[in-house]
Design a protein around this ligand. Structure first.
Ligand code: FAD
Length: 317
């Protein structure tokens, strides 16, 4: 079933979460271990991230450096199929512009369609190490809106080869990303919202936000999106802070601010066990306020460690 139908049919906020494929060499049990404890909250869908290739350097005994391109977290599509098969819930694979030509995208979507996967989250992806800015594949998409356009074209039976006849349309529900604190490359929040609207105009049916710790930023973002003419559901993304290191890691990688009260509480913690508890309590307050404001879904970035998400779920759902 499509995410948008889950949202439209829900009588109360939905619990959903995002997982990462395990590092190469681990097995599917790592995934099940991160899903099983959260099934009590009846998530109708689970997102699975996609991770691009990375460039790494291996130093040989001779001192020479060998450049290697590796994928540390492969398996998104297989994990989605396994989730749908085992839990009978919908899996939402993330699909990127980066690293994909349009032909690669088309073939990936054909695989997903054959596997009975009806949802995708369409993203541009980030630059890979060594690139300052995002560089699309030679015949790939530069922006997520263009990727949404390709998926919607396939939903109308239009494939890249226009000589194909009697094609079967795919039937994907497409979600996209939104940034309450602005995408880091955008010159202003209004400019970023303008391009987010372009994704919706291209056919995206809902938006999932970047994580945030200050609900006011989400509420302001939703208001500004509505003023800009975006009418689709805007799903808040929640991540409980869990370690002292997150104080620098989260702003660095996700370009978000942490409220001073939260920073102070984390700094005052004697160890990461305490930080985890502070993160749980902060997220519970955030989620209760969002729930009471009538958000359609509370979407958790579990990073595949779930004891804290479970504690939040018990307090909120
Ligand atoms: P876009 O919507 O294409 O926007 C990128 C930038 O370009 C923005 O600054 C936007 O304002 C600007 N822009 C857009 N269109 C135009 C235009 N026509 N002209 C000029 N400027 C324009 N990354 C992964 O690698 N794997 C994942 O699984 C993954 N999952 C994510 C899930 C969520 C919910 C979120 C919020 C992010 C996720 N990301 C993931 C990160 C994402 O790939 C990066 O944030 C990326 O830098 C931007 O992706 P986007 O789809 O928002 O890009």
């Amino acid at each position: 079933m499509k995410v948008i139908d889950h949202i439209n049919q829900a009588k109360k906020p939905i619990f959903s979460f995002e997982i990462l494929p395990p590092l190469k060499g681990q097995n599917i049990k790592a995934i099940y271990d991160s899903i099983d404890p959260l099934m009590e909250f009846k998530p109708p869908f689970v997102n699975v991230t996609y991770h691009r290739e990375e460039v790494v350097y291996k130093r040989h005994d001779s001192g020479l450096l060998e450049q290697k391109t590796i994928k540390k977290r492969p398996g998104t599509v297989g994990i989605c199929a396994a989730i749908q098969n085992k839990y009978k819930i919908d899996a939402v694979p993330h699909i990127l512009c980066g690293g994909f030509s349009k032909e690669d995208t088309e073939n990936a979507l054909i695989d997903l369609d054959f596997l009975g996967i009806e949802n995708v989250l369409a993203l541009r992806g980030d630059s890979i190490k060594g690139e300052t800015y995002f560089v699309p594949e030679k015949s790939g998409h530069k922006y997520a809106a263009d990727l949404v356009g390709q998926i919607k074209a396939m939903n109308s039976g239009e494939y890249l080869d226009d000589e194909l006849q009697n094609t079967t349309p795919t039937n994907f529900c497409v979600g996209v990303a939104g940034y309450p604190e602005k995408h880091f490359e955008a010159p202003s929040l209004n400019n970023d919202i303008k391009w987010t609207k372009a994704k919706v105009d291209a056919g995206a049916e809902y938006i999932i936000t970047q994580l945030f710790f200050d609900n006011q930023k989400y509420f302001d973002y939703v208001r500004r999106c509505r003023e800009a003419g975006i009418t689709v559901p805007i799903i808040p993304g929640i991540k409980p802070i869990a370690t002292k290191k997150h104080l620098s890691v989260l702003p660095h990688f996700f370009h978000v601010d942490l409220p001073d009260d939260l920073v102070k509480s984390v700094v005052d913690c004697k160890d990461n066990k305490d930080v985890r508890q502070v993160g749980i309590e902060w997220a519970i307050e955030q989620c209760k306020e969002l729930r009471d404001a009538g958000v359609p879904v509370l979407h958790f970035y579990s990073m595949s460690k779930v004891d804290n998400i479970q504690a939040i779920g018990k307090a909120v759902f």
